[in-house]
Design a protein around this ligand. Structure first.
Ligand SMILES: NC(=O)C1=CN([C@@H]2O[C@H](COP(=O)(O)OP(=O)(O)OC[C@H]3O[C@@H](n4cnc5c(N)ncnc54)[C@H](OP(=O)(O)O)[C@@H]3O)[C@@H](O)[C@H]2O)C=CC1
Ligand SMILES: O=C(O)C1=N[C@H](C(=O)O)C[C@H](O)C1
Length: 271
């Protein structure tokens, strides 16, 4: 098969730079575009140099449409409003869209689902193999244990993160809720402050920590009477997310339009 031609949007961001490096290391992939938002101080800079590589001869642009028209896929770790706009452009160009962005509203999620009627979209709050395997384990354990075990999800990220709880924490919460046969909308408890009253059986609680340069720590605690099970994951390097996103792009190439997850990509549906 020919090399897959990819555009990275948000190319100057933390993930964007890691993605540019990961693509340049993959023989079956080629970077054909690097995009940032209008007004970005990085427009016109070489995407390779920004990523700490020798120059690639590809400058950061704020004009995605011609780049999408000449590409097979777009990798997008940006902000929700931008990802919604890119989903419409990618659908128009009928190219694969891999979305790592987190923090979407229900309305934004609906717009992405609409775009997925025209192109293959893979979206996940965490693209790593480890976290998606963890989610499968959490679903399985939650199915086994009843409400005598309280489920709490604790996450910590770097001090530049702008959404909470993390996309990963929500993904793990969804997995726990699925295992329990409930929805996260009904079981999730996202804030506690002041006189909260006692914990309700069946609640799935979230706690968010922010500080320093932490790439991403997640723990799911099943707390019972006299014992506790803890399942966790620690991300040490953003390369795990980039590699997962590129695996998703390869998997989605040539696939029929639809909204897919990393569970589909990694074949963990029946785990
Ligand atoms: N699913 C996963 O596995 C992972 C998901 N993430 C998620 O990815 C997202 C990005 O994270 P991170 O790289 O750390 O964040 P950064 O803020 O470092 O990067 C985001 C980049 O997107 C750019 N951007 C904003 N608007 C647009 C636009 N309209 N077009 C193009 N680029 C735009 C920003 O530019 P500017 O700086 O000018 O605003 C910035 O360069 C977050 O939602 C994060 O939670 C992160 C890691 C893993
Ligand atoms: O913003 C980040 O950094 C990360 N975001 C994702 C999330 O919200 O879970 C994935 C990873 O944990 C890093």
């Amino acid at each position: 098969m020919t090399q897959m031609r990819l555009v990275v949007v948000g190319a100057s961001g933390r993930m964007g730079r890691v993605l540019v490096r990961a693509i340049s290391e993959a023989a079956d992939l080629v970077l054909v575009g690097a995009v940032d938002q209008p007004g970005s101080e990085y427009l016109g800079r070489d995407a390779g140099e920004l990523a700490g590589l020798p120059a690639l001869g590809l400058n950061v642009s704020d004009d995605p449409l011609p780049l999408f028209a000449a590409a097979d896929g777009v990798i997008d770790f940006t902000i929700p409003a931008a990802s919604v706009a890119y989903a419409a452009f990618a659908a128009q160009a009928r190219i694969v869209h891999v979305i790592g962005t987190t923090g979407f509203s229900a309305e934004e999620e609906a717009k992405i689902a609409a775009a997925a009627r025209h192109a293959a979209i893979v979206r996940s709050g965490n693209m790593s193999l480890g976290v998606n395997l963890l989610a499968a384990l959490v679903r399985r354990v939650a199915r086994t244990l009843d409400e005598d075990f309280d489920i709490e999800i604790v996450e910590m990220h770097h001090n530049r993160k702008i959404d909470a709880p993390s996309g990963t924490a929500l993904l793990l919460g969804e997995a726990a809720a699925q295992g329990r046969g409930v929805t996260l909308q009904e079981a999730g408890v996202f804030t506690r402050h002041g006189h909260t009253g006692a914990r309700k059986p069946g609640d799935i609680g979230f706690a968010t920590l922010r500080g320093g340069t932490v790439v991403g720590d997640h723990n799911v605690i099943f707390a019972g009477a006299g014992e506790r099970i803890e399942l966790g994951h620690k991300a040490e390097d953003r390369g795990i997310f980039a590699r997962g996103a590129l695996t998703a792009a390869r998997w989605a190439r040539g696939r029929k339009p639809g909204l897919y997850s990393m569970t589909d990509v990694l074949g963990l549906t029946d785990f």
